[in-house]
Ligand binder design. Structure first.
Ligand code: ARG
Length: 459
């Protein structure tokens, strides 16, 4: 039986299933690099307070590099006593530099401040990668929107045709949601980037370690000002899990739209082969699996948030092993979000649109609001014009004319004497769209202003 780092007070062995149940090495070894980096800086801080000589320090730093190389080259040999990345790295370091020096590394440190330092460093790195990937997705969307600015399509509420909009306006909407996610990401990053190291197991450091030095060296924006909070706080994990869930929701929403738009009944968009799959039975099928997975994975992302919230709630102060349950959901969240954003980028880079089909789906009844607005411009109160326009819709429907533009001027005058010849100008989709020039609207100038704003944000 391999000696355990904490084995001094134990006489009995561990149930083999308990070993497995307890071990986090299978999933936390991906933090090997930040764990070694934390130890490098921590031991420098120990030498600053005289607990390690300069010679010992350079020997420790040499050993840490050897261990890192072993992980990098896949030659690190795990031993039975290695329950997590922290014990594994410390055990191996001791073997390389000798137990006498190796035994000083953990002075004043606990795995409690160590693990959460590793987590924060690891997450911060991932957030920076996600930031770039998300910015790039937004740029792909705004780039498309600029190129396809002239394309009109129906805008929907309740999935019923509502008013004509620009396709670019639809793109800009989803990019706006994602841009908010980008802002959130940056805010979360600064809360992630705070140092717990030097808090010990819970009560603080007994050798006057310089926590600000440690924080600085590890690139943190500051230290966490209470040692009990430092070792037990997993709010940053929950924030990242929430962030990922929300990104998942946004990707699910836009996927849902695109799945509908790609059906033969709509035919607005066509997904590239690279992001579609076929049917094992029906030769004609081309299915939007990428979009369905983007939609489906939002459930798993939210599940991770809900699951860890349940684990974290009502744990007593301060560190409890429950907190080890933060890792699997978090790592899966980060990977799933990264892949989802990359897939969405691929989808938007290769998607084909059918602007004729989009245009053909525009119907004259979608201009009923514009008809009401026509009379508003002649001084009629909107509540009244809404009713009058409704009458025109009803009459056109009753007469089976196929649209309010088919009513004659006489019929219009019969409905309301304030209609004049120029009412025919209302029945133009382009003009309807171009009237919506106020901030956030679907007029070309307003959409371009949105795209300019978005591009500015994600550069
Ligand atoms: N593997 C543990 C975790 O992930 C490290 C901290 C262990 N601390 C302890 N007191 N047992 O939470």
């Amino acid at each position: 039986e391999e000696a355990k780092l904490w084995g001094g007070r134990f006489t009995g062995g561990t149930d083999p299933l308990m070993e497995l149940y307890n071990a986090s090495l299978p999933y936390d070894k991906k933090m090997y690099k930040v764990d070694l980096e934390g130890t490098r800086v921590y031991t420098s801080a120990l030498s600053k307070v005289g607990l390690i000589t300069p010679e010992e320090l350079s020997e420790i730093h040499r050993g840490l590099k050897v261990v890192e190389k072993e992980w990098e080259t896949d030659s690190f040999v795990e031993k039975p006593g290695d329950e997590d990345i922290h014990t594994a790295n410390e055990r191996r370091l001791g073997e390389i530099i000798g137990k006498h020096i190796g035994g000083k590394v953990h002075t004043g440190r606990s795995r409690n401040d160590q693990v959460v330092t590793d987590m924060r460093l690891y997450v911060r790195e991932k957030l920076d990668i996600l930031c770039e990937i998300l910015s790039n997705l937004i740029k792909v969307m705004t780039g498309r929107a600029r190129q396809e600015i002239d394309v009109l399509m129906p805008g929907y509420t309740h999935l019923q045709r509502a008013q004509p909009i620009r396709w670019a306006h639809w793109l800009s909407m989803h990019a706006t949601f994602l841009n908010d996610d980008l802002t959130r990401l940056k805010e979360i990053r600064s809360r992630v980037s705070r140092s717990p190291l030097g808090s010990g197991a819970l009560a603080g450091h007994p050798y006057g370690i310089d926590r600000e030095y440690i924080a600085n060296e590890l690139g943190f924006e500051g230290v966490i000002g209470n040692s009990l909070a430092a070792v037990s706080d997993r709010d940053f994990v929950i924030e990242v899990l929430f962030w990922g869930s929300l990104v998942g929701n946004h990707l699910a929403k836009l996927s849902e739209d695109l799945i509908i738009y790609s059906s033969a009944e709509f035919g607005f968009v066509q997904l590239a082969d690279a992001y579609s799959t076929g049917s094992s039975l029906m030769p004609q099928k081309k299915n939007p699996d990428s979009l369905e997975l983007l939609r489906g994975k939002s459930g798993r992302l939210f599940g991770h948030l809900a699951g860890f919230m349940m684990s974290a709630k009502a744990t007593p102060s301060t560190y409890n092993k429950d907190l080890q349950e933060d890792k699997e959901p978090l790592f899966d969240n980060l990977l799933t979000v990264e892949h989802s954003l990359l897939i969405a980028t691929g989808v938007f880079s290769t998607l084909k649109i059918n602007s004729d089909k989009m245009k053909a789906a525009l119907t004259m009844d979608m201009l009923a609001t514009d008809l009401a607005d026509y009379l508003v411009r002649k001084g009629v109160p909107f509540r009244e014009t809404h009713h009058i326009s409704g009458e025109a819709v009803a009459l056109a429907e009753k007469e089976n004319l196929g649209g309010i533009d088919r009513l004659t001027i006489e019929q219009y005058k019969n409905i309301d004497s304030r209609f004049e010849e120029d009412v025919l100008n209302v029945f133009d989709f382009e003009q309807s769209v171009e009237r919506r020039t106020a901030i956030g609207g679907t007029a070309k100038s307003a959409v371009i202003a949105q795209l300019d704003f978005l591009d500015l944000q994600c550069n």
